[in-house]
Design a binder for this molecule. Structure first.
Ligand SMILES: Cc1ncc(COP(=O)(O)O)c(C=O)c1O
Length: 429
């Protein structure tokens, strides 16, 4: 029999041993970035000790580096359910999206429309808003502020302007809402648009299947799911191969290399591949039929990745339900912001606390080893539309598979102790 999931998972993360002010740290800021398991640290270290070279040279370490990157592309192809030629590595999601927007802009002409949304992180808004300098019209799909969901009626109406690109968020890093991506992509394609999906927040919480989704582009960041700080883009090969991104004469003009300007973050790629392998390993240990896990068959790794994500999701959803129930029941100062009960969501729970700013509450919790983020988390338009930007934004608790009920109990106790918060806030003035 396996140890319970959480006990096993926690042992893999050296960062969980750290303390602050005598308190064990509860990393409750998953949407800001996950902690990394030992296997990821080892993969990065192993790369730096045993390979550490540029690609294209004739000696062994350079060839090993090429092989490592190629293997990582195959691992991410299983993660996305795509071909390896469709996996593009980059510095982070934002940088990749700027490069993509520049490349797609060359397909557009002045007067064309791009649709963005109010629920999106700025990284999937700014790169498109910037195209206004070239005469591209950028329209914003409204947020339904009552439900913290995309206004699908407004989306339908905005599609009548026949946008060339729809840039949309899979799951909100601000409030945890998961949007109906298959429907949004289908509607966008029916209107004749390319689709660019920001899956940065979603990727840690649910399976990605770019074939089923039928999206043209999808972006994520490995540091949001157990990996180092790199971004990864899925780009449909047939479209990518006809784009003319900004790049050098010396660079390969073929997918996926054409979008990868300069030297890649090799050790980050090694670690990112290990992060996906970590998810697959959880699937193998806790989520798969053991016989299927032991047999070698094509598609096994994808099967295990999906199983791992399912295991994590079940664990997180149970904790999330408990957290929401406890906040509602025990902390009357809290006002929750997020999708209604029953709507698909991640384990990200955001709220305000009457009488205190998000920054004050986050600092107070941080002193007690409860690491949460307060503010707008770059989902600035969302927070603005919720009417909270001038009031300091939201307090965000984002649960990862290494978080526990004990940590949530500590959080609730700290939030219930308003007198302690008041004393602490007085020291900030
Ligand atoms: C939903 C979402 N999109 C995009 C980004 C930007 O990702 P990166 O930091 O890799 O540029 C973030 C980062 O917080 C995010 O949460």
């Amino acid at each position: 029999m396996h140890e319970p999931l959480s006990g096993y998972v926690r042992k893999q993360f050296p960062a969980l041993k750290r303390q602050v002010n005598g308190h064990p740290i509860a990393y409750l800021d998953g949407p800001g970035g996950y902690q990394v398991p030992e296997t990821v640290i080892q993969a990065v270290t192993d790369y730096l000790i045993n390979m550490n070279a540029n690609v294209g040279d004739q000696f062994a370490s350079a060839q090993d580096t090429s092989a490592m990157i190629q293997n990582a592309r195959r691992i991410f192809a299983d993660f996305f359910n795509c071909r390896w030629e469709e996996v593009v590595f980059g510095a982070n999601m934002t940088t990749l999206n700027f490069a993509l927007a520049q490349a797609l802009a060359r397909e557009l002409t002045a007067g064309d429309t791009v649709l963005i949304t109010e629920i999106d992180h700025e990284a999937n808004r700014g790169p498109w808003l910037q195209l206004q300098d070239r005469g591209i019209r950028v329209e914003d799909v409204a947020l339904n502020v009552n439900t913290c969901t995309l206004d699908m009626h407004d989306f339908q109406q905005k599609l009548s302007s026949k946008p060339k690109v729809v840039a949309v968020n899979y799951a909100s890093n601000g409030v945890g809402t998961i949007s109906d991506m298959p429907r949004i992509i289908q509607m966008s394609h029916d209107a004749g648009a390319y689709t660019v999906v920001d899956a940065v927040h979603y990727a840690a919480h649910g399976p990605i299947d770019v074939q089923k989704l039928d999206t043209d582009f999808l972006l994520c960041s490995a540091y949001k799911f157990f990996g180092p700080h790199i971004g990864v883009l899925y780009a449909r090969k047939e479209i990518l191969s006809r784009l003319r991104p900004l790049n050098l004469r010396t660079q390969s003009q073929y997918p996926p290399f054409m979008l990868e300007t300069g030297t890649l973050h090799h050790e980050g790629i090694a670690g990112a591949a290990a992060a996906v392998e970590f998810i697959a390993d959880i699937g193998r240990k806790f989520g798969c039929d053991p016989q299927a896990s032991d047999a070698e068959w094509p598609g096994l790794r994808r099967h295990q990745i999906l199983a791992g994500l399912r295991v994590f999701d079940q664990y997180e959803q149970a904790l999330t339900a408990d957290l929401i129930a406890a906040l509602t029941r025990d902390v009357p100062q809290v006002t929750l912001y997020g999708p209604p009960a029953g709507h698909p969501r991640t384990s990200t729970v955001s709220f305000t606390y009457a009488g205190y700013t998000a920054d004050q509450v986050a600092k107070y919790l941080g002193r007690r080893g409860l690491f949460v983020w307060g503010g707008h988390f770059y989902a600035i338009r969302l927070v603005e539309r919720l009417g909270l930007l001038d009031r300091g934004g939201l307090i965000r608790v984002g649960l990862a598979p290494y978080n526990t009920q004990t940590e949530l109990d500590r959080l609730i106790q700290a939030l219930k102790a308003e007198d302690a918060l008041q004393r602490f806030a007085a020291t900030l003035r």
